[in-house]
Design a binder for this molecule. Structure first.
Ligand code: ATP
Ligand code: MG
Length: 285
């Protein structure tokens, strides 16, 4: 699979409208499912190595419009990982305590440790998406004189600086934008309304946000444009076909892990010598 079709490493010339939501790169569902299964096995092995090597941590961010399949993508990724080395955090509207701090405070608390994989279901990117779109910044208790006209530019910079800092300390950041069409969202909302087993997933608030579709696309485009980097790439993943979304995500994760310089720790000469000693001790037990 050619991942460079989805990977954005520089915002220069980035246009979201150039990315298709229904692209499947000549895959069919059957072949995709088979490959996904293989990738999950590889992911599991690579995660073991990540844990043993204990130097890198992996941060996987999921951002998307409602019903783009964030939850089910996370479920699938998780099912290919060892739960002991993985954490998922969902970022909702900030609590009162969170609003008493800078906006990266809750992020810092949730970052994965070395050897582990952290998954963010939404993230600090909401700060330049929903917060920008609805101008929620006025509820954030930031001193008025600091809310200047270039506040969003500043936030992009905070995010770029934070991601660079994290990278230079051994964190590997993967950012997924699940790119859904407005039509497909409508279909999925209707499915939630028509299928009693899915009724609970429907939220009137989601319908309200749908009215801002074009504004959201613009916010996503600006966010991706301003925060894509080689060390923290965005992946714009077609999201109209869930089976394809999952395949691309699994490929990206396997590929990223594979490209890290990792090895199982080697035992020292003394430790190797001791192994014989311990073996003998157990045999004579
Ligand atoms: P799902 O609906 O699939 O369970 P979700 O991520 O949509 O998952 P919700 O509880 O429905 O979860 O929504 C969380 C809401 O919190 C989203 O509308 C999101 O935009 C909002 N949110 C997240 N971070 C912030 C933030 N920093 N400031 C304001 N709103 C935020
Ligand atoms: Mg929701």
């Amino acid at each position: 699979m050619n991942l460079s079709e989805y990977r954005i490493t520089t915002g220069k010339n980035f246009k979201l409208s150039e990315y298709r939501t229904d692209y499947t790169a000549d895959f069919d569902k059957k072949r995709a499912k088979k490959l996904l299964k293989k990738n999950k096995k590889k992911m599991f092995e690579l995660q073991n190595l990540l844990y043993a090597h204990d130097r890198y941590s992996i941060l996987i961010i999921f951002q998307a419009m409602d019903a783009a399949g964030k939850d089910s993508a996370i479920k699938h990724v998780m099912s290919g990982l060892n739960p002991q080395g993985t954490q998922v955090f969902s970022f909702k509207q900030p609590s009162k305590e969170e609003l008493d701090h800078d906006y990266l405070w809750r992020t810092n608390k949730a970052l994965p440790e070395r050897g582990r994989i952290g998954i963010f279901n939404r993230s600090y990117y909401e700060e330049v998406l929903v917060v920008k779109l609805h101008n929620l910044i006025k509820y954030q208790k930031i001193p008025a004189e600091l809310i200047t006209g270039d506040i969003w530019e500043k936030r992009y910079k905070h995010i770029r600086d934070f991601e660079k800092y994290a990278y230079e300390n051994g964190m590997v950041i993967i950012k997924f934008f699940l790119h859904l069409s407005k039509d497909e969202q409508k279909k999925r909302f209707l499915e939630r309304l028509n299928n009693p087993a899915k009724n609970w997933k429907f939220s009137a608030a989601d319908l309200k946000e749908r009215e801002y579709w074009d504004e959201y696309q613009k916010c996503y485009e600006d966010a991706i444009k301003n925060t894509s980097a080689k060390h923290a790439p965005w992946y714009v993943v077609p999201a109209d076909k869930k089976w394809f979304t999952r395949l691309v995500i699994s490929e990206v994760i396997v590929n990223t892990l594979k490209n890290l310089k990792m090895e199982y720790p080697e035992l020292s000469h003394e430790e190797l010598e001791k192994i014989d000693y311990y073996k003998k001790q157990l045999e004579n037990d």
